[in-house]
Design a protein. Structure first.
Length: 88
């Protein structure tokens, strides 16, 4: 899983029919102090995350394990909005 921050939205009017209605978000990786890193991923948003939210992203075959992504051509999915991190 990736801890990240939603920084934007991808708009695609022409896309695979299995992605019609899906929201694609740009997520930059963050460290445990929420410092944004250079790496990013485009992920299907299944939890109504918005720009600025800290989220958990699943990638690879795990991205197709949610009800909304099953059998869809996705490689990354936003599956949780993070409320808080407890790090010692």
């Amino acid at each position: 899983m990736i801890l990240g921050k939603v920084i934007g939205t991808v708009w695609a009017t022409r896309k695979d029919e299995n992605l019609v209605g899906a929201t694609l978000q740009i997520v930059k990786h963050v460290d445990l102090d929420y410092k944004v890193k250079d790496q990013f991923v485009v992920a299907m948003n299944t939890v109504q995350a918005g720009v600025g939210d800290i989220v958990l992203v699943a990638t690879g075959s795990s991205a197709r394990q949610t009800a909304q992504t099953k059998n869809k051509p996705v490689d990354a999915v936003i599956m949780a909005v993070v409320d808080k991190l407890d790090v010692s």
